[in-house]
Write a protein that binds this ligand. Structure first.
Ligand code: NA7
Length: 541
C-alpha cells in the first residue's frame, strides 16, 4: 500500500443510483472533486440490479423522479402511471448523460472497506482491485435494499437447474417457455413477477410463507394532455411533494376508520380499490395506529381475495392474517387472478415447510416438486445490510457493525451521520424517513443538505464534522418513540429486520413525517449545525 501513489479527492460517493448521481452533480456544482464508485457496469442502482420480469416502481412515474431541474422534468416523458424497471433505467441513463456525470463514475468497482485515518483526518477507501483512495468526505448512496437475501436452504448447490435472485437478475432474458418454475417469496418482487412468469412457464409453483395485502396498481398509459398539464404544474407539484408527509402530493384523510359508519367506510375502501395505487393506505389516518381500524382495512382486502380467487381453499391460503401495512403494502397487476390459472400451484410453506433443495427441485415436508428453474424472491437484509457489507471503521478502528452491535444498537443523528465516524454521510441512512417516503424526494433532501453542510464547512475553514453522542442519543430515542406509537413495530418484515435469521429486531425508519423531518434538518443547519462537533485541524493538532 505504501509504495503506490494514492489518489486523493474531496469526496468519495458509493453507488450510482438516484442518490449517487445527484450527489455527484451537487458536489461538482459546489467545486468539490468527487469520485463515485459503482459495482455494476452501468448507472441505476436498484433499477440496474432488479431486472426480473414485471419489475415496476410502486410510486407514480410523474412523482418518482428528480425535481432539482425544471428543464429535466420538462424534457423527460413517462409513458405509464407506474414506471417499469427498463424505463426508470433509461431515465437514469438520460440523467447521467444530460449532466455529463459518467466521467467521475468508476464502474465495475466495489468498495470493500473505508477506514478513518486519525493521523491524516481523512478516509482511506479500499477498492476490490487493490487500489486505495484518500478522501476528506465519505458518502454512502447504496440504498436500503441492496443486500440480497438468499436463504440458507440445504442442497441449493446440488440443484441441476438454474436459480436466480430477483435482486441480481441476469441482463439477458431468462426464457421460461415450456419450463417448470418454482418461486419462493411473495413480497413485492414475487407478486410482480408471478403473473408475468405464469403466462410463459409450463408450470409455476409458488412457495408462500406469508400471504400479502396487495392492491391493484391499475397501471395505464399516460395521456398526452395529462403529461402536458403535469409539466405545466411542475413548481406546484415539486412544492407539494417537498412539503408533504410522504414525499408525494397526496393528502391523507384525517378521519379515523372507526368514526365512519360501515356502509360509508365500505364505499371509501371500494373507491380506493378501484383507483389503485397507494390511495388505499391513505383512506384513514389511523390504519397503522389503531388495531380496530387496521382490521377493517385487512378484512376488506380479504373479502376481495375471496371474490377473485375461484378455489376457496386457495383463496383462504392467500388471505393474510397479520396487521395490514406492517409489511410494505404491495401493488399488483392480476396477482390474485393468476391463481385461477391451471398452470399455477400455491404451496403454503408454513403448513408444509421446505426441507431441502434436491438435484431436481424442492422437497417440502409433504411433497417433492420437480423444477427446472428456482427463483428466490426472498428480499433483502434491509437498512443496515448494505452498510455492513463494507468494512467501515471510524475512530479507534471501531467498525460500524461493532458500534451498532450488528444492528441491535443503531444510533444516528438525523439518520445521516453517526458519532465516531467524522465526515461520513449516509444518504437515506437508518433512522431517516427513507423507504417510507417517495425515495427520489427523500434522496434530494439528503443530498442537498449534505452538499450545503460541506459548503458551510469549507466556508468556515472547518475540517471535520461529527455528531455529539448526546445529539444522536436524543435523535434515536425520538425515532424509536415515534415508531413505537405505531403498529409498524409489531410486524415481521424487512422494516423490523425479522425477515433475516438472527438479525436483531429494530425499526430504523423515521416516521415523524418527511415535512417535519426536512424542517428539523434545516433548523439544525440554520443553527450552525447544532448537535455536531465542528472541528478545525489547526486546533486539533
Ligand atoms: P420482501 O418484501 O422482503 O419479500 C420477501 C418474501 O420472501 C416474503 O414473502 C418472505 O416471507 C419470503 N421469504 C424470505 N425468506 C424465505 C424463506 N426462507 N422461505 C420462504 N419464504 C421466504 O422482498 P421483496 O424483494 O419482495 O420486496 C422488497 C421491497 O422492494 C419491497 O417492500 C418494496 O419496497 C420494493 P415472509 O413474509 O418473511 O414470511
Amino acid at each position: 500500500m505504501s509504495s503506490q501513489t494514492i489518489k486523493e479527492v474531496d469526496a468519495v460517493v458509493l453507488g450510482a443510483g438516484f442518490a449517487g448521481l445527484y450527489m455527484l452533480h451537487q458536489l461538482r456544482s459546489k467545486g468539490f472533486s468527487t469520485i463515485v464508485y459503482e459495482a455494476g457496469d452501468g448507472v441505476g442502482g436498484v433499477w440496474y440490479w432488479n431486472r426480473y420480469p414485471g419489475a415496476r416502481c410502486d410510486i407514480e412515474s410523474i412523482y418518482y423522479n428528480y425535481t432539482f431541474s425544471k428543464e429535466l422534468y420538462e424534457e423527460w416523458t413517462w409513458t405509464s402511471r407506474f414506471p417499469e424497471q427498463a424505463e426508470i433505467l433509461r431515465y437514469l441513463n438520460y440523467v447521467a448523460d444530460r449532466f455529463q456525470l459518467r466521467s467521475d463514475i468508476q464502474f465495475n468497482t466495489r468498495v470493500t472497506a473505508a477506514h478513518f485515518d486519525e493521523k491524516q483526518h481523512k478516509w482511506m477507501i479500499h477498492l476490490n482491485d487493490g487500489q486505495y483512495i484518500l478522501t476528506r468526505y465519505f458518502i454512502t448512496g447504496i440504498g436500503c435494499l441492496s443486500a440480497a437475501n438468499v436463504p440458507n436452504i440445504q442442497g441449493l448447490q446440488q440443484f441441476n437447474g438454474k436459480w436466480y435472485h430477483t435482486g441480481h437478475w441476469p441482463h439477458e432474458k431468462v426464457d421460461f417457455t415450456g419450463k417448470r418454475v418454482g418461486i419462493i417469496g411473495t413480497g413485492s418482487s414475487g407478486i410482480q413477477a408471478i403473473p408475468v412468469i405464469a403466462k410463459e412457464a409450463e408450470q409455476l409453483t409458488v412457495f408462500q410463507r406469508t400471504p400479502q395485502y396487495t392492491i391493484p396498481a391499475r397501471n395505464h398509459a399516460y395521456e398526452e394532455d395529462f403529461i402536458k398539464e403535469t409539466k405545466k404544474n411542475f413548481e406546484a407539484i415539486k412544492r407539494s411533494m417537498r412539503n408533504s408527509v410522504s414525499g408525494t402530493p397526496f393528502a391523507q384523510n384525517q378521519q379515523s376508520a372507526m368514526e365512519e359508519p360501515d356502509d360509508k367506510r365500505q364505499a371509501v375502501f371500494e373507491k380506493a380499490w378501484a383507483q389503485g395505487g397507494f390511495a388505499f393506505s391513505a383512506t384513514y389516518h389511523d390504519l397503522l395506529t389503531n388495531e380496530q381500524s387496521n382490521e377493517k382495512a385487512a378484512e376488506f382486502i380479504r373479502s376481495k381475495i375471496r371474490q377473485i380467487v375461484k378455489d376457496p381453499v386457495v383463496a383462504e391460503k392467500l388471505c393474510p392474517k397479520y396487521m395490514y401495512g406492517t409489511k410494505r403494502q404491495v401493488l399488483d397487476s392480476d396477482y390474485f387472478e393468476t391463481y385461477n390459472r391451471e398452470n399455477v400451484l400455491l404451496v403454503d410453506v408454513k403448513e408444509s415447510p421446505i426441507q431441502k433443495i434436491t438435484g431436481e427441485g424442492i422437497q417440502t415436508a409433504d411433497n417433492h416438486f420437480d423444477l427446472e428453474i428456482i427463483i428466490f424472491a426472498t428480499g433483502y437484509d434491509g437498512m443496515t445490510g448494505p452498510l455492513f457489507k463494507i468494512d467501515i471503521r471510524g475512530r479507534n478502528g471501531v467498525s460500524l457493525k461493532e458500534k451498532w452491535k450488528d444492528g441491535a444498537a443503531v444510533q444516528t443523528y438525523l439518520g445521516l451521520t453517526t458519532a465516531g465516524f467524522p465526515n461520513l454521510f449516509m444518504i437515506t441512512g437508518p433512522e431517516s424517513p427513507s423507504v417510507l417516503v417517495n425515495m427520489p424526494i427523500a434522496i434530494e433532501q439528503h443530498v442537498e443538505w449534505i452538499a450545503e453542510c460541506m459548503h458551510y464547512l469549507r466556508e468556515h475553514d472547518i475540517d471535520l464534522v461529527e455528531p455529539t453522542i448526546e445529539a444522536e442519543e436524543a435523535w434515536s430515542t425520538h425515532c424509536r418513540d415515534v415508531a413505537n406509537a405505531t403498529l409498524y413495530v409489531k410486524g415481521d418484515s424487512w422494516y423490523t429486520g425479522a425477515n433475516i435469521e438472527g438479525k436483531p429486531r429494530s425499526f430504523l425508519i423515521y416516521l415523524g413525517g418527511f415535512d417535519y423531518y426536512t424542517k428539523y434538518c434545516n433548523e439544525v443547519a440554520q443553527n450552525n449545525y447544532v448537535g455536531f462537533k465542528l472541528m478545525k485541524l489547526k486546533s486539533i493538532s
